[in-house]
Design a protein around this ligand. Sequence first.
Ligand SMILES: Cc1cc2nc3c(=O)[nH]c(=O)nc-3n(C[C@H](O)[C@H](O)[C@H](O)COP(=O)(O)OP(=O)(O)OC[C@H]3O[C@@H](n4cnc5c(N)ncnc54)[C@H](O)[C@@H]3O)c2cc1C
Ligand code: SF4
Length: 470
Amino acid sequence: MEKIPRQKMPVQNAKARVKNFASVALGYTEEQAILEAKRCLQCKKPTCIEGCPVEIDIPGFIKKIAEQNFEEAIKILKDKNNLPAICGRVCPQETQCEIKCVLTKKYEPVAIGRLERFIADWGIEQIQDTRYKKQEKPRTMNNEQQTKIAVVGSGPAGLTCAADLAKMGYNVDLFESLHQPGGVLMYGIPEFRLPKKIVEYEINYVKSLGVSISTNVLIGKTKTVQELFDDGYKAVFIGSGAGLPQFLGIPGENLNRIYSANEFLTRVNLMKAYLFPEYDTPINIGRNVVVFGAGNVAMDSARVSLRLGADNVTIIYRRTEKEMPARLEEIENAKEEGVKFHLLTAPVRFIGDENNNVIKVECLKMELGEPDASGRRRPVPIQNSEFIIDIDTAVIAIGQNPNPLIPRTIPGLQLGKHGNIITDEKTGATSIPGIFAGGDIATGAATVIEAMGAGKRAARAINEYLKKSN
Ligand SMILES: Cc1cc2nc3c(=O)[nH]c(=O)nc-3n(C[C@H](O)[C@H](O)[C@H](O)COP(=O)(O)OP(=O)(O)OC[C@H]3O[C@@H](n4cnc5c(N)ncnc54)[C@H](O)[C@@H]3O)c2cc1C
Ligand code: SF4
């Protein structure tokens, strides 16, 4: 019988938070975390672990929180997860570990993600930057005798693969094309959901394991994958993500102030638009913003637009609320903050003024037909239902495809129809021996924890591969 209710996460008030970029969810207090941890039944056969792609000993770390032994709790967590403060914030726990919690059947599941965030944040508070320095393993000068592995892309897939290989004793060099490591964690997910400081902290932890990170290196241009092998790397892991935006393909899409969500969020994150007026970022959104799509990327774009000062922000989506792919929590947050939803609606064309700025979008009403290949009911246009919305800015957030550069520059690499690298799901092995891949470049746009799971599985497989080839 459940005695303690699931502890609610304290959040910043909606009216206040819409005017700032500070964290929306504030994290558990120590008292709340211990209470929540006590709800865990410590099942003999814990099904929650099956739902976690990085195989955290979930009952183990929760037990230590309940016993107030936070130091042990963080050790258990970090044994499997190199980025727990990130996962505790952005993992879709409701469809991963928590859905498998036995309490779900009768009551609400244990708040695994919130507990993970609590303990990871506790660790960050305890071990401040000075301790990283102490932890940092200096790289040996005698590198030739160590097996070198190259990892491409510093998103969650690359970071996890690199960290796990470093823990196994390999000499790992990670190459990132941008000037800052972190991938989508840094340039996609906004500050109010995932503070940059948290990402920096966890990247520093990965570096402290001995991983060296070189930024501004575009593999496929600065150096090819073949050149990495020529330089002595014995295996290469590719985690270059899905950074290629999809567009609507309708007239007027080239007008000014129509952004892909990718460009929009990258400008906000990497050019620090979230620190306006301290930083003057070239991003002009006007008063009325429409966002096309209804996934996490769309919710983020809409909520960022509000914070940049838009009066009206509207999500335009072809299906109904039931089919929206975004996390429920983020849809609720968006609604609370004042984002409006035009459902069963699809854009037909954009209309511009004499300066080529977008000023209107023409839309059509839709209804749902039979399910399509994705299993969701297909939107069908309603004849003569056109209507016009006045807008200043449009953000297109309808999906991303794999980054094409690397796949195109590796002769003979087997690719899927969207340009994704075909891999063995269990090992990340590609069609070329010694080249492994994982995360969004293999699956198409997915989740942080799935990318991390792929990085972890590939690290294991690379270890096996190197042992066999020696
Ligand atoms: C706005 C937004 C919000 C999201 N919200 C969530 C969420 O709440 N929860 C969740 O679980 N998931 C979320 N996701 C999805 C999640 O972030 C991705 O699935 C995940 O980051 C994929 O990880 P990855 O390591 O495969 O790729 P990425 O994070 O994309 O990292 C790839 C890295 O490779 C680098 N790179 C690319 N090409 C090269 C090259 N040629 N040479 C060197 N480096 C290269 C890129 O610059 C990038 O840093 C969100 C995505 C976006 C865009
Ligand atoms: S990493 Fe994600 S899936 Fe794994 S326990 Fe934490 S919240 Fe759940």
